[in-house]
Design a protein around this ligand. Structure first.
Ligand code: ADP
Length: 359
């Protein structure tokens, strides 16, 4: 690593995720090992605007490896989106002598990171999101822990469903992304899952439950991704549970796991991922790089330009705006389309597998 930086800042922003602490710890210690001072910015971009700074040394990040949430706190800061707020944040960086920032969060956080980079503050993004909704990376920090929390909860629900011959409809977090839902549905042997990425056939699910019940099956789990009812306002998870009971004669309960899925001690995978990503972020920053997001692709740590990652996300979610692709070469656009298509194919395979093995 080159040693031209004297001091860097680290912040966590947007929705919290288990493993964020591990990333802050890795950033802090990687920087200190390279003779660079570290300042923790409390409450995300709000803290950058309002000078909520704490010096971090190696001991300051001791004892947080197994703690959920983020000890630097997080916030959603609308002021930062304004030109005035942004300028205040830049002024704070100059005032405290911050030569660079590592920003840990989701796509909103990366938009802020790219704005800072464009204003001369080298910034590197690290994906922290339980939803795993950042297309450029296979895994984001917190996703593995969130899935394990859901699996634990559904296993418990399954116990009681089996005892009482019931169905449980379980709504899990995931905003516009069904990654938690599809994987936990498979891992918990759900009979069905409703998510945005694949068409959901409600009559076919009812028929399946009736058939399985007739064959002697006692317990049924159906998973709903949070984003599904949000995008289909006529679909209400609670009402759906009532329809299952009415149409299959299986007593059906509904549970929304909500923020339970956000908390808890990070799993080994999240601790590893967060540590690798935090360490890589410092490597990139000290090598003079900026405006990058650290990603994991096919088990390797790689970096993408933040704007590339954000536009790739929009492409995958079918939300491209006019002019979004203007600054990319044909080969980049081709690569983006291939990444999106591979992800869609992988989803369809998982969905079919889930359906086939829950027969
Ligand atoms: P996440 O990072 O988890 O996606 P948010 O979307 O809430 O969470 O974004 C976190 C923070 O990043 C926001 O509160 C805001 O301060 C900043 N941010 C979000 N969008 C933008 C934007 N378009 N430009 C600049 N900053 C943004």
């Amino acid at each position: 690593m080159e040693r031209k930086f004297k001091k860097i800042g680290v912040l966590t922003s947007g929705g919290d995720a288990p493993g964020m602490n591990n990333a802050v710890r890795a950033v802090t210690r990687a920087a200190i090992s390279n003779g660079v001072e570290v300042v923790g910015i409390q409450g995300g971009y709000y803290g950058l605007i309002h000078e909520k700074m704490i010096p971090l040394d190696a001991r300051a990040v001791s004892g947080i490896l197994n703690r959920g949430g983020t000890f630097l706190y997080s916030d959603r800061c609308l002021e930062f989106k304004t030109e005035e707020g942004m300028q205040k944040a830049v002024d704070t960086c100059h005032k405290y002598g911050l030569d660079g920032i590592v920003a840990i969060g989701g796509d909103g956080t990366f938009r802020g990171a790219t704005d800072l980079s464009n204003r001369g503050i080298p910034t590197i993004g690290v994906p922290g999101s339980i939803d795993n909704d950042i297309t450029a990376t296979d895994d984001s920090i917190g996703f593995d822990t969130a899935m394990n929390t859901v699996v634990d909860a559904i296993d418990r629900l399954r116990d009681t469903c089996e005892s009482h011959a019931r169905c449980n409809v379980v709504e899990v977090m995931g905003r516009n992304c069904g990654d938690i839902a599809i994987r936990t549905a498979i891992a918990c042997g759900a009979v069905g899952v409703a998510l945005l990425e694949c068409p959901f056939d409600e009559p076919a699910l009812m028929e399946k439950i009736r058939r399985l019940k007739a064959g002697g099956k006692r317990s049924f789990i159906v998973v709903i991704a949070e984003g599904y009812p949000a995008e289909h306002p006529e679909f209400k998870s609670e009402e759906f549970a009532k329809r299952i009971q009415a149409e299959t004669d299986v007593e059906t309960k509904f549970v929304r796991l909500a923020h339970i899925v956000r908390g808890g001690s990070p799993t080994l995978n999240d601790r590893m991922l967060a540590t690798e990503m935090g360490y890589a972020a410092v490597e990139q920053l000290l090598a003079g790089k900026s405006d990058l997001v650290i990603c994991k692709k096919e088990n390797e740590i790689v970096e993408y330009n933040i704007n590339y990652a954000l536009i790739l996300d929009r492409m995958y979610k079918g939300k491209l705006k006019d002019g979004d692709l203007d600054h990319f070469s044909n080969s980049q656009i081709k690569e983006m389309r291939e990444i999106c298509e591979e992800k869609r194919i992988a989803y369809r395979k998982l969905y079919k597998m889930m359906d086939d093995i829950s027969c």
